[in-house]
Ligand binder design. Structure first.
Ligand code: LMR
Length: 399
């Protein structure tokens, strides 16, 4: 066969189809390429202050200064990462008593995304037949991460656009079709993209359901501290995993420590007993080694430094409280100007899903340079006193 034909038939790259960018990244590119003044960015989930900035948190800066002055080596740590970080973060995630449960073992991951990816890899290794149940409205990456491990994903109803609230009974009836050993990916708080969280009573019902059906909760807690506060935001998750024999908890330091680009996350697994947990974790370590080998150190070292110092911890908690209160105020302000959005004031965290269709989202972008996801998801933390009135004026005719 002539050489040029041979190279055609054996080309690795030629058969690949062009891939569209993820909705989030597409939006980010469109926004960055828009030359208009006064653009309003309500797209990607990044916290901004009233000056429309995402500053480094003061506690983070102080920890970084300390690290730069004292860090003596950049030698490798290990695939499980910085265990000092894990030990100090565990009480924030599980509470003091929950963190001492020896059936729960954690490791550092490059962001919450990698924690979910690692959980998916372990699920596929332990039970490739497990189906993963995910709310229909969710972070677009959830399904991608599960598919990357060749897991079957089933979406279930979650949000009622008309009432802007969780369709709890409809969701629970759909979940009746789950089989023992299936995984239920739940968001602990500040549901992305709806902002609509389960009430404590609904978490109790989910807890009983998970135990009765023998499901494995995989809880994504990416926004702890931005809803009601660190402990309240974790309360539902803690209740569910206390009643489950096996579970995963994936956490992120992107939002609550503002360490987005430093990729700070962790994955905990919970097994029936400590021996099984240790064995399962040895699998996590091998899987991590094949996925990223070792996680980046800097962000986790920052978190370890903050949580190992009482004054820095107090500073960090206060900054996080300020962020939460600012988001709550913006929610109330938006609902006060546009009563049609009253439910937004009852929702939590960075996101809400506006009751407008894709055409209107596109028109808001074309006519007013207001950027949100095509689903109607807005990042509340992208609002500030200067752009909130503009958004309300532009939005009013569409509601
Ligand atoms: C979001 O949903 O906007 C964030 O979690 C950022 C991301 O990586 O998608």
């Amino acid at each position: 066969m002539p050489l040029d034909q041979l190279s055609q038939t054996t080309s690795l790259f030629a058969p690949l189809k062009e891939q569209p960018l993820d909705v989030m990244l597409t939006l980010l590119n469109a926004l960055r390429g828009d030359p208009r003044d006064g653009k309003i960015d309500l797209g990607i989930g990044v916290y901004r202050n009233d000056d429309n900035q995402t500053p480094v948190m003061r506690a983070v800066k102080a920890a970084e200064t300390h690290l730069v002055a004292t860090q003596a080596s950049k030698d490798y740590i290990s695939p499980e990462g910085d265990m000092g970080y894990i030990d100090r973060l565990a009480p924030i995630v599980f509470g003091e008593a929950g963190a001492r449960d020896d059936r729960r073992l954690g490791m550092q991951t490059p962001g919450g995304t990698a924690a979910l990816r690692l959980a998916a890899a372990l699920i596929a290794r332990g039970n490739p037949e497990a189906r993963v149940w995910i709310s229909r409205e969710t972070w677009p990456n959830h399904a991608l991460l599960m598919h990357a491990a060749h897991l079957q994903v089933i979406d279930h109803p979650y949000f009622d656009r008309a009432t802007q609230a969780v369709q709890f009974d409809v969701m629970m009836s759909a979940l009746e079709a789950a089989r023992p050993g299936d995984v239920w990916l739940l968001q602990a708080c500040c549901h992305n993209p709806t902002g609509a969280d389960l009430s404590p009573e609904q978490w109790r019902a989910v807890t009983a359901f998970v135990a009765r059906k023998g499901l494995i909760p995989l809880i994504d807690m990416a926004y702890q501290g931005l809803g009601y506060g660190l402990d309240d935001d974790a309360a539902g998750m803690r209740m569910v995993i206390d009643a489950a024999s096996e579970a995963f908890v994936a956490v992120s330091g992107s939002k609550n420590f503002g360490l987005y680009r430093d990729r700070v996350g962790a994955l905990w697994l919970q097994a029936d007993n400590a021996a099984v947990a240790r064995r399962a974790r040895s699998n996590l370590i091998v899987l991590a080694r094949s996925l990223w080998s070792m996680p980046p150190d800097h962000g986790a070292a920052v978190v370890r430094t903050i949580l190992g110092d009482a004054a820095l911890t107090t500073m960090w908690r206060a900054e996080l409280d300020d962020m939460r209160l600012r988001i709550q105020t913006l929610r109330r302000d938006l609902a006060a100007v546009l009563p049609q959005l009253a439910p937004v004031a009852r929702q939590n965290g960075m996101f809400s899903l506006l009751p407008i269709d894709r055409d209107r989202v596109i028109r808001l972008r074309a006519d007013h340079a207001i950027y949100m996801l095509e689903s109607g998801r807005i990042n509340i933390a992208g609002l500030h006193s200067a752009n909130l009135p503009t958004l309300c004026t532009a939005l009013r005719p569409y509601l």
